[in-house]
Design a protein around this ligand. Structure first.
Ligand SMILES: [Cu+2]
Length: 293
């Protein structure tokens, strides 16, 4: 789908010419969340969990998995933020075809007829180093590509550095049930519509993609805000794709209209932001607070 590469372009639009450090801010946040992020409990007994570790710059995990409800657990063992976008390839298109087309598109801008038939099927959203993301989606059998288009400081996409790989989803069904959630988020307009309150602790949030505007779908990334970081500061960082001062704890990458994803994250008391990749420029950035118990 074009979308991914629009996204990639957005990610690479900003060149970082200067080295920035923000030890106090980032250091404090990192130490804060490392412990809970390393939890290995899955969201729910009975889930089918597959683990793909995110490294700089590769996804380490199995080459094939069963179809059906699947929890993608992504420990970020790298030093940069990562995402995992699952792309279902059109019937008859292999990963080798996709890879060749991807490179050709990068080099010449041309793309094959089938390019627009790829379908983004979600996956774990932006995740800071040291944390473990868990996002559950239901996948049909087929050939997939797993991609991280997050840019390095010099603007190179992780996918170009090796963070792109094939995944075969087999006919065998995982048999796992749809997860249970204690909070539901509905995405249809420019608001993250919440049914339920996020309290301190671990939550599984159901994300209902009720309306996906053509060519510009909703997704949700959750960022923890620093003590002195305003929502405006955060929005500015994301506009310029300067990831130095941002700290994402997960979420759900976009899926087609009518689909549902689930993500699990650990929340400590504090201020957070929901951020939608394509609609942040339209104001789809929303602050919320997790109040201490
Ligand atoms: Cu990455």
């Amino acid at each position: 789908m074009l979308l991914l590469f629009t996204a990639a372009l957005m990610f690479t639009a900003c060149e970082h010419s200067e080295e920035k450090t923000s030890e106090s801010h980032h250091g404090a946040m990192s130490s804060m969340s490392h412990e809970s992020g390393n939890s290995h409990e899955s969201m729910d007994a009975g889930q089918h969990v597959v683990e793909f570790a995110a490294l700089d710059f590769v996804f380490a995990g199995p080459p094939e998995i069963p179809s059906g409800w699947t929890t993608f657990r992504m420990p970020n063992r790298g030093e940069e933020h990562h995402v995992m976008i699952l792309i279902q390839l059109p019937d008859g298109i292999s990963y080798a075809d996709f890879y060749a087309a991807y490179n050709q598109r990068g080099a010449t801008g041309s793309r094959p007829d089938w390019w627009g038939e790829q379908v983004i099927m979600g996956g774990p959203a932006a995740l800071a180093p040291g944390l473990t993301g868990e996002t559950t989606v239901r996948l049909d059998p087929g050939e997939y590509a797993m991609v991280c288009p997050v840019p390095t400081a010099d603007g190179t996409q992780h996918s170009a550095l090796g963070m792109m790989r094939p995944l075969t989803v087999t006919e065998e069904d995982s048999g796992a049930p749809e997860p249970e959630a204690d909070i539901t988020m509905t995405l249809r307009g420019l608001e993250f519509e919440m049914d339920g309150v996020i309290t301190p602790g671990r939550h599984t949030i159901r994300v209902v993609f009720e309306h996906q505007p053509e060519g510009k779908p909703h997704d949700v990334h959750v960022a923890r805000l620093g003590p002195n970081q305003t929502l405006e500061d955060f929005a500015t960082s994301m506009e310029t794709l300067d990831l130095t001062d941002v700290y994402f704890i997960g979420g759900a990458e976009d899926m087609p209209e009518g689909y549902t994803a689930y993500f699990t994250a650990d929340f400590e008391p504090g201020r957070y932001a929901f951020w939608c990749h394509y609609h942040s420029e339209d104001g789809m950035v929303q602050e919320f607070t997790v109040e201490p118990l």
